[in-house]
Design a protein around this ligand. Structure first.
Ligand code: TXA
Ligand code: MG
Length: 317
């Protein structure tokens, strides 16, 4: 089982030592927990892929603590980057740039681009500053499973692996970073905690790659974030006591045995979404449903990420 560290400076030093010796460490971020390794240590990065069961075709995000580190990683700096960095970093935005060839191929999954993020979580920032090199870190879940928002979610996904986890409590946004490519036309490859509207203020020609053509960001494949229990969008099916339903402040279907209400506030709901999906999955129910949020008269943009994750977690296609 993974063992938990706290967030004291000696815990951070212990995590740095572990990373320097080629190990992987569970790390808190403002979005979801990550599984970190030294980005330039190919052996260490390969452990991430092995532990997660992640296909080699799915590249990793490099996390940095200072924007000066971009030069170590990216070969070309697009004109729009300084404003993006000024506006959104530190924070839940990942930027895809042309990569230097010195970034290990395993990180880039053999491609010529690299994803970079400067996170805002104070403990992760301390770790990144102390180790003073980029850390590769995907979400700390088994491939295609639900992203972890607490240290115990990480332990649940890796019950046998003895790596340390810096436990800083539940994460703040509960949803992953937005992935923005600045190679060619600015394109959102994954919806996430930074809104498309806020990016558009700086990038008026921003496009979004919808889930139907998402080969550029392999983590955005269908049936991601999925519970093991069959999970459907509720469309007036009759429900029974051994079934569960996820609602967003909406009325509950009759007859259902178990209810998870995430509220009609998209920010509160986003924070709790993954924990609720994990709880629902563990509760041994026969079938799970979601009553989609009622978007009449609300700002639909605030619900985009949640709708995206629900679409991919359910069997609605
Ligand atoms: O919030 C987050 O982004 C979390 C925390 C730990 O930072 N990380 C995370 O990593 O969600 P991961 O690996 O679970 O998802 C990263 C996404 C995947 O969809 C991956 O395909 C995409 O970013 N990605 C990474 N490098 C890329 C690249 N060079 N080009 C296009 N997409 C890339
Ligand atoms: Mg992930």
């Amino acid at each position: 089982m993974a063992h938990r560290l706290g967030t004291s400076s000696s815990d951070i030093v212990a995590a740095v030592d572990y990373l320097r010796s080629g190990g992987v460490v569970g790390v808190p971020t403002e979005t979801v927990y990550g599984l970190a390794a030294s980005a330039f240590n190919v052996e260490a990065v390969s452990k991430i892929f092995r532990l997660k069961g992640r296909p080699a075709s799915n590249p990793l995000i490099l996390h940095i603590h200072h924007q000066d580190q971009i030069e170590q990683i990216a070969s070309t700096i697009p004109k729009s980057l300084p404003r993006i960095v000024e506006e959104f970093w530190p924070g839940p935005l990942t930027v895809v740039l042309k990569s230097k060839s010195s970034v290990p191929e395993i990180v880039r999954a053999g491609g010529d681009t690299v994803a970079i993020r400067l996170p805002s979580h104070p403990i992760f920032q301390q770790l990144l500053a102390k180790i003073n090199e980029p850390l590769a870190a995907p979400s700390a879940n088994r491939s295609n499973h639900i992203s972890p928002t607490t240290a115990s979610h990480v332990e649940d996904d890796f019950p046998k692996e003895p790596f340390p986890i810096l436990d800083a409590g539940p994460t703040a946004t509960g949803l992953e970073s937005t992935v923005l490519s600045l190679v060619g036309v600015p394109t959102v490859l994954r919806l996430g905690a930074t809104s498309v509207e806020s990016l558009r203020q700086i990038l008026p020609d921003l496009t979004i790659k919808t889930p139907s053509h998402q080969s550029d960001s392999p983590g955005t494949s269908k049936r991601h974030y999925a519970p093991q229990t069959p999970f459907f969008v509720w469309s007036n099916q009759n429900l029974t006591k051994d079934e569960g339903v996820l609602i967003f402040g909406t009325p509950t279907p009759d007859g259902v045995g178990h209810i998870w209400d995430l509220s009609d506030n998209p920010f509160h709901a986003g924070k709790r979404l993954y924990a609720a999906l994990r709880e629902m999955d563990q509760s041994q129910l026969r079938t799970l449903y979601v009553v989609l949020p009622n978007l009449d008269g609300v700002n639909k943009n605030d619900w985009l990420v949640i709708m995206d994750r629900l679409r991919r977690a359910t069997q609605s296609g």
